[in-house]
Design a protein around this ligand. Structure first.
Ligand SMILES: [Mn+2]
Length: 327
């Protein structure tokens, strides 16, 4: 099985768990995101191990485990969402750092159910800040009659009780979503038309970085790779022009993990498509996933992350979880 960064699987305690969610809503037009996690892991073998901020090669003394991917065999959508949560929960106990690879953004509600179990969140998602890099607001109530569509991911996270949602890269949204961005006090949106403005972009970008630095408490980072300019990720589900540069996403990750009063408990990189003519899309996703891992390792080294539970071994089996199929 290919491993993240092509690293040997460590034995014993897991410091960082790479969790693959090859999930695509069965009713949606097939876009290839189900193969995205594996393509990203394969592409990661070509990423440089040296991290300039750490000053060493990854994993720099920590163990990164590539966990066998989630297998979605459940008959209904709601049971699939539950099954993903059950796969994730054993890795959200606060003793390791979980990084999920998707799959479409519809994985977010399942991730929220897992984050709920993290000791820093303590079953109260109002403690949690979600930082969302995305082209889309993902704040629709439903799309084509489906409330668990990828276009509703952030709305479902808020429904689950998330206390604060910070969005960046946003440039494709409906009137309903725009209204919600401007009126729901839990939501702070940085629009791409502002941060990417040739004249005033720098000022807006600085405001975004300051917002990240001021976050307090537990945070989940969700990176929909379509937040990047479409030229970088042409094989994502819905590439959109006018997006963030690679370095802006890089700086967002770095700044967030450096925020003095924030605890980044988990992250995901989603909507990874498989580009056939060039590995650019999956390689871009792998570069960002690597930056997340490196930034987490740096946070450990600099005392901004400590295990909140005793470490347990690499063998953890999925739990049975019923939330979505009960509601
Ligand atoms: Mn999205």
């Amino acid at each position: 099985m290919p491993t993240f960064l092509g690293l040997d699987q460590g034995e014993g305690d897991v410091d960082i768990a790479i969790l693959s969610l090859p999930y695509e809503l069965t009713t949606s037009y097939g876009q290839g995101t189900a193969q995205g996690p594996m393509a990203c892991i394969e592409a990661s073998a070509q990423v440089e191990l040296y991290d300039e901020q750490i000053g060493e090669d990854l994993p720099s003394g920590y163990s990164i485990h590539t966990i066998p991917e989630w297998v979605g065999e459940e008959p209904t959508l709601l049971q699939q969402l539950d099954s993903m949560s059950g796969y994730l929960i054993p890795w959200f106990k606060g003793d390791c750092f979980p990084l999920c690879l998707g799959g479409e953004h519809g994985i977010l509600p399942s991730i929220m159910e897992a984050v709920r179990h993290h000791p820093a969140v303590n079953n109260d998602l109002s403690n949690l800040t979600v930082v969302q890099i995305d082209a889309h607001g993902d704040l629709r109530h439903e799309l084509d009659g489906e409330i668990y569509s990828h276009a509703c991911a952030a709305a479902r996270a808020l429904d689950a009780g998330v206390g604060s949602l910070l969005q960046v890269g946003i440039r494709a949204f409906s009137k309903e979503e725009h209204h919600r961005m401007l009126n729901d006090e839990r939501i702070t949106t940085f629009f791409a038309k502002d941060t990417q403005s040739p004249c005033n972009g720098a000022k807006h970008w600085e405001d975004w970085l300051k917002t990240l630095q001021s976050i307090e408490g537990p945070v989940h980072l969700t990176i929909d790779i379509d937040g990047l300019d479409g030229a970088l990720v042409p094989a994502t589900g819905t590439p959109v022009p006018g997006g963030l540069t690679f370095w802006q996403v890089h700086e967002t990750i770095q700044t967030l993990f450096n925020a003095p009063n924030a605890l980044i408990v988990s992250a995901d990189v989603n909507e990874i498509g498989v580009q056939e003519d060039s590995p650019l899309t999956q390689f871009t996703a792998a570069m960002l996933a690597t930056k997340v891992v490196a930034s987490h390792i740096l946070a450990r080294k600099e005392g901004r992350w400590e295990a909140l539970a005793p470490p347990s071994d690499a063998l953890r089996s999925s739990v049975s979880y019923q939330h979505f199929s009960k509601t």
